[in-house]
Design a protein around this ligand. Structure first.
Ligand code: FE2
Length: 287
């Protein structure tokens, strides 16, 4: 089923729960306000928008992100790309363009929500698939409205007052063994606490807000909080509320971090090539 109305482009749902394929927009062209407004409405409605393979120059990706809001300049500055501090490239290629055998960010393999380690967390993330592997390296999205709604009343009551501390240094370095953050990088992103249940600031729907950057629960013994976070992170993704995307080079996906989690699947970094170019728009302080 393809819905042409009320949007001035094609929006074809990818699953009954979330995601839509958007047709009829050339992202390399400047976008008029009416089209952007409709695109934003589709973003709120579908949570994940997929654009078919096309050329999206770095400047156009940044320009699109800026329509959504302030674009994050990522603290992990070794990944900055193309002269735009807003763009962040994850690649397993060496200087000759061959696979180097090293996964560039193993933290992406766990369900998470971008920028939850900041006071103002991620709103939209926009990823362009510059080179995508033949096998593996998929991106999966799950619906966190549905994850909250399907919790038992007991669970809902229990987590209602809780706040979780999100910490990039915890998820990135201690859990996934990536290169240590520098002291300056750590100082730039100290741990922050957010409600475990947040209300989406635009749709006003409630959603679960945890993911892999969540380290512990405020006021709860550390290990007890860890166990609770792990249990909820495992409960949240329901197969029928998940969209699993197998990439084709040149596709672009944008999604709402406030009401979804995502993860990448593994691939063989010694034989497969995977290069993505991403940027994240900074949203609100969760409430
Ligand atoms: Fe991510």
């Amino acid at each position: 089923m393809t819905a042409r109305e009320p949007f001035p482009f094609e929006a074809t749902p990818l699953t009954p729960a979330l995601g839509a394929r958007i047709g009829g927009i050339t992202l390399a062209d400047a976008m008029d306000d009416a089209t952007f407004d409709a695109l934003y409405a589709a973003f709120l409605r579908y949570q994940v928008l997929l654009f078919p393979s096309q050329d999206v120059p770095p400047a156009r990706q940044v320009a699109l992100a800026r329509r959504f809001g302030e674009v994050q300049v990522h603290v992990m500055n070794q990944y900055h790309a193309d002269g735009f501090p807003e763009l962040y490239r994850l690649s397993n290629l060496d200087a000759q363009g061959n696979p180097n055998g090293k996964h560039p960010d193993r933290g992406t393999l766990a369900w998470h929500t971008d920028g939850s380690w900041q006071r103002r967390t991620g709103q939209a993330t926009i990823i362009y698939g510059e080179v995508m592997p033949q096998t593996g390296g998929e991106t999966h999205f799950c619906d966190m409205y549905g994850a909250y709604e399907r919790l038992s009343d007991d669970w809902k009551r229990r987590i209602e007052p809780l706040r979780a501390v999100h910490n990039l240094d915890f998820s990135r370095t201690r859990r996934h063994g990536e290169d240590p953050m520098t002291e300056a990088q750590k100082r730039a992103v100290p741990p922050v606490d957010h409600p475990v249940v947040r209300t989406h600031p635009e749709t006003r729907r409630r959603c679960l807000f945890l993911g892999d950057h969540a380290e512990y629960i405020v006021g709860m013994p550390y290990e007890e909080g860890r166990a609770l976070i792990e249990e909820l992170n495992a409960l949240a993704p329901h197969p029928d509320l998940t969209y699993e995307h197998r990439w084709t080079t040149g596709e672009l996906i944008l999604w709402d971090n406030r009401c979804t989690m995502h993860r990448a699947t593994s691939y063989d970094p010694a034989t497969q090539k995977r290069v993505i170019r991403r940027c994240t728009v900074i949203g609100e302080v969760p409430a």
